[in-house]
Design a protein around this ligand. Structure first.
Ligand SMILES: Cc1cc2nc3c(=O)[nH]c(=O)nc-3n(C[C@H](O)[C@H](O)[C@H](O)COP(=O)(O)OP(=O)(O)OC[C@H]3O[C@@H](n4cnc5c(N)ncnc54)[C@H](O)[C@@H]3O)c2cc1C
Length: 406
C-alpha cells in the first residue's frame, strides 16, 4: 500500500505543506481537504487591494487546478473534516467518506471572534476572514457610507485604511491605548494613531463598543463605552480570532490556546502534525507563541513536509510579518512590544524610519516603516543572532549591512 497523508484545511499552510511534500520527493498519496469552495488563496489582499483594486479570486489563488493535478495532490474542496482517527489511520468527512491516513496534518487556521449573539442578523455588520467576507465587504464599501471599525489590531487598521481610501467616512474604536499595540508597543502605536488621523480616520482609543443601534434590521449607529453615539451604516468588526482546535481536541491532542507542536511541527500524537495559525509552538526567542502570519504558515508547512518526508529540517528564522496601510508598508521582525527603549534610525522621517529593540546587544525586535531594505538586513542580523552596538546601529549614516560582517 502506498503511504498516505491527509491535510485538513486547504489554505495557505495546507496547500504549502502539500506542495512542499511533493517538492521533497514524497511519493505517497496526498489529500488536501478544505471546507471552503475556493482554490487555496492568499488572505493578505482581502483587507487591502482586493477591497480597493478590484482583484478577482483568480488573482489571489496560490495555484490553479492544473497544478494540483500535475502534482497528484487530491484536492477535495467544499468538504468539512468531521473527525480524525490517528490510531485507526483515517479521517472522516462530512459526507460519510473516510480517507486512509498514515499521517494527518492539521492546518485548520482560526475562526473570527464575534460580537454577542444579540447582534447577529443585523444588516450592516461585517467580519473579515475569508474570500466571501471580503467580497461582501467590498460591495458595501463601494456604495460608501459612515463606517465604524471595531478593533484596531492589524486587520482592523488595514480595513480602516482601505475603507478610507475607498471614500468612506471612517471612525475606528480601539479598546487599548493605541492601534496595533500588541505589534507596535506604545511609541509606535501612538505614531500609527497619528498616521491614521492624518489620513482622515477618526481614531478613538481606550474606547470599546457598548451597543449597536439599528432600525428595520439595519445598523444606524454604535454607542461607545465612553457614551458617544456614532452614526454608522457599516460596522466592521476586527476583534481577533480563536484557533480551530476542535478536531485535535476530540482526538485527545495536547492544546494550549492552539494545537501544541514541537520544533518539527509534530503534535502530542506522533503521526499528527499541525501548521499555521492553529499552532502553539516553541518561540524563536523562548517561551511558546501562536503566530498568525503568512510567513509562519509557509515556514511551518515546510517544517511539516520535512518531518514527514524525512528531509533535513529547515533552519528557523525570527518571526516576521508585514502590513500595508495607506502608502505605508510596515514590517516587523521579532517583537518590540516589551522594549523599554527603542533605537530609531531616521525618526524624523514621519513615513520612513526604522525602530530597533535590543536586549544584551541582540536584536529582539525591529519595525521598518517604508524601509523594506532595512528589514531585509535586520532579519539576517536577528536570524544569525549577531551582537550589535546600540550607538552604532542608531546612526543612520552607518549602513546596516556592515553589521553582518561584524
Ligand atoms: C484579511 C487578512 C489579511 C491578512 N494580512 C496579512 C498580512 O498582511 N501579512 C501577514 O503576514 N499575514 C496576514 N494575514 C495572516 C495570514 O493570511 C494567515 O496567517 C494565514 O492565512 C494562515 O494560514 P492557515 O493555512 O494557517 O489558516 P487559514 O488561512 O485560516 O486556513 C485554514 C483553512 O482550514 C479550513 N478548515 C478549518 N477547519 C476545517 C475542517 N474541519 N475541515 C476542512 N477544512 C477546514 C478553513 O476553512 C480554512 O480554509 C492576514 C489574514 C487575514 C484574514
Amino acid at each position: 500500500m502506498p503511504k498516505s497523508v491527509v491535510i485538513v484545511g486547504a489554505n495557505l499552510a495546507g496547500a504549502c505543506a502539500a506542495e512542499e511534500l511533493r517538492d521533497m520527493g514524497y511519493e505517497g498519496e496526498i489529500h488536501l481537504v478544505g471546507e471552503e469552495n475556493a482554490l487555496p488563496y492568499e488572505r493578505p489582499p482581502l483587507s487591502k487591494d482586493f477591497l480597493y483594486d478590484g482583484l478577482t479570486a483568480e488573482d489571489i489563488s496560490l495555484r490553479d487546478n492544473a497544478f494540483y493535478s500535475e502534482k497528484k495532490i487530491n484536492l477535495v474542496l467544499g468538504s468539512r473534516v468531521t473527525s480524525i482517527h490517528p490510531d485507526e489511520g483515517k479521517v472522516c468527512l462530512q459526507n460519510d467518506t473516510e480517507i486512509a491516513a498514515d499521517n494527518i496534518v492539521l492546518c485548520t487556521g482560526a475562526k473570527l471572534n464575534r460580537l454577542a449573539s444579540e447582534f447577529d442578523g443585523i444588516d450592516g455588520i461585517y467580519y473579515l476572514r475569508d474570500l466571501e467576507d471580503s467580497i461582501r465587504l467590498r460591495d458595501a464599501l463601494t456604495k460608501g457610507g459612515d463606517v465604524v471599525v471595531v478593533g484596531m489590531g492589524v486587520i482592523g487598521a488595514e480595513v480602516a485604511a482601505s475603507a478610507s481610501k475607498m471614500g468612506c467616512k471612517v471612525t475606528a474604536i480601539e479598546y487599548s491605548s493605541a492601534p496595533m499595540l500588541r505589534c507596535l508597543g506604545d511609541d509606535l502605536g501612538a505614531w500609527s494613531k497619528a498616521m491614521h488621523e492624518a489620513e482622515g480616520v477618526r481614531v478613538l482609543t481606550n474606547t470599546g463598543l457598548a451597543d449597536v443601534k439599528h432600525e428595520n434590521g439595519h445598523v444606524t449607529a454604535i454607542e461607545t463605552t465612553t457614551g458617544e453615539k456614532i452614526p454608522a451604516t457599516i460596522v466592521i468588526v476586527g476583534i481577533g480570532v480563536t484557533p480551530n482546535v476542535e478536531l485535535a481536541a476530540a482526538a485527545g491532542i495536547e492544546l494550549d490556546n492552539g494545537i501544541v507542536v514541537d520544533m518539527d511541527a509534530r503534535t502530542s500524537v506522533s503521526t499528527v502534525y499541525a501548521a499555521g495559525d492553529v499552532t502553539m509552538q516553541p518561540g524563536y526567542y523562548g517561551g511558546k507563541v501562536r503566530l498568525e502570519t503568512y510567513d509562519n504558515a509557509r515556514e511551518q508547512a515546510r517544517c511539516v513536509a520535512a518531518s514527514i518526508a524525512g528531509e533535513e529540517q529547515v533552519k528557523r528564522r525570527a518571526p516576521w510579518y508585514w502590513t500595508d496601510q495607506f502608502d505605508v508598508n510596515i514590517q516587523i521582525v521579532g517583537s518590540v512590544n516589551d522594549a523599554s527603549d527603542l533605537i530609531y534610525r531616521n525618526r524624523d522621517g514621519e513615513r520612513s524610519f526604522t525602530a530597533i529593540a535590543l536586549e544584551d546587544s541582540l536584536i529582539v525586535g525591529a519595525v521598518t516603516v517604508n524601509r523594506p531594505q532595512d528589514m531585509g538586513v535586520l532579519r539576517r542580523i536577528a536570524d544569525r543572532r549577531i551582537e550589535v552596538d546600540a550607538a552604532k546601529i542608531a546612526d543612520d549614516q552607518i549602513q546596516l549591512r556592515t553589521f553582518l560582517s561584524a
